[in-house]
Each structure stands twice: as structure tokens, then as C-alpha cells.
Design a protein around this ligand. Sequence first.
Ligand SMILES: [Zn+2]
Length: 297
Amino acid sequence: MRPIPRPGLHILRRDLRMLQLGVEWPAVAAILDTPAVAAVLRAVDGFRDLSGVQLAAEAHGVSNEAAHQAIDALLDSGALVDQAVVRPPALDPAIWSTMWLLAGPRSTAAEILRSRRQSSVYVEGSGRVCDQIRALLSEEQLTAAKAPDDATVVVLGADGEPSRAAADEALRRGVPYLCVGIRELVGLVGPFVVPGRTSCLRCVDLSRSDLDPCWRIVVDSMEVRPPREPSRTPSLVATVAGYAASEIVLWTSGSLPSSCDHVVEIPHGLGAVQTVGYPPHPQCGCGWQDRRDTMSA
Ligand SMILES: [Zn+2]
């Protein structure tokens, strides 16, 4: 192993005695800023292997044991990684650094990249939101599928209300999908549906119908009679598209999107972003197969 500092990670002074490893990643840690730690951090350059780093630290007057402990502490915290995990030349360095951080302290950017390369995304729908999601996913270098049947994950997008018919079809297809739309002044991202495992758009409608018995009629009316001149503000479109693309990037990286069993509501002038939970609804058929399996197990 030829260690380098984890790409994208801040290594900062915390106070007179401590260094801070990271600020907003899954494994923020603090470590004593000993002469051994300082010498090891100076020595990691991607050319020296672990023995070379140890020798370089010892050349600065650090004992063998102290250098060894410093290397172990930095490796254990995830602050040092192997230089042998090389960024593909075509991949944006900033995206590569993000992958290193997303991987957490026990994994690598290569694992994230492998997961993404096994994924293909189909964005179903037309309009500004879908156009921007496609552009963002392309920038993230995710593969675009030519048809929903070829995709490992689908986005059902709209500038208005997400289509229930398209959601039903996606559920039948059995491929994970994300519902995205804008309802008047509120952007909607979610639910992200893993068929048979997490709640679907019908579950959301059924939960809302429990609170408002007329919700089903309202939904049907929204689909049948959309506003003649729908509202659309570029900043909300961009926010919704960005959030949706981020959810797909997370899923294709092996993480669970925050919109699983939830709808993220992004209001324009109506308060803060909210993540509203919608567990699978007992009257929705989307999880029946799973529940039968559980009962017979
Ligand atoms: Zn459901």
C-alpha cells in the first residue's frame, strides 16, 4: 500500500493539541497532533509505501513505535487510503473525491464507481424537470438507459403532478423508481420505490386519504384538469431536479435515498423543506407479496 490522504477530506487544526479529520462526512474524527502524526502526514505522498512512510517519519526523530501507532491511527480513521485506487482519466476529479467521501472510512471510491457502472437510469417523462435531471445524471457520468425495461432504476418525472398510471406501470415492472413533480408551489421528490419493499405512490395517496377522504378525487381531478397555465419557476425546477438527481446518485452508489418511504416537499415561499414519512399502507397491494413471504416464513 502507498498511502495518500483521502481525496476530498479536510485535515484541519482543531486546537493546539488536536487535528480534525473531516467536517461533514460519515467518519469525522479528532486525533492528537503528535510529532509522529505530523511526520507521517508529511511523508504520505503516494510514492512511499508504508515502510517508506515509517522510515521517513523516523528520519524526523520519531520512534519506530510512535510512527507505527500514528500510521495505524490514520489508517483506522479512514484519513489515509491506498494510492493504487486510481481515478479513471475521464472521471472528473471532484466527482472522484465525492465518491471517496461517500464510501465512508471502510470502503473506497472504486467500490462506488463499480456500483454506478452496473447501473443505468431511464428518465421517463418530458418537461423542464426531466430535462434537468437528465443533464445532471449525465454530468454525474451515469449511464442512460434507452428504455425503462433496460434500466436498473427509473425516474418518473413531470413539471406537474406525477402520473399515477406511469407509477403503476413502474411498480408492475418491478424496477426501483423515483417519483418527481411539482404541485403548484411545492416540489415533490419521492417516494423512491423499491417494489415490494418500500411504499409506493398509491401508499402515499392512501395515507393522505386517511386524513382527507376526498384526496383520491382531488388527485384524479389534478390529472384530468391540470391548470391551463401551470406555474413554473426556474429556481424550484432546478432545486427539484437537483434533489432528484442526488437521490439517484445515492441509490446507484449503494446508499438508500432519503425519499424511501418518504416524500421530500420543497416549497417555494411556504416554509422550509420537509421530509414527510409514508410507510407502506396496509390497503395497498404493493407489498402483499412480501407480506405473504413473511407470513409463510
Ligand atoms: Zn403501495
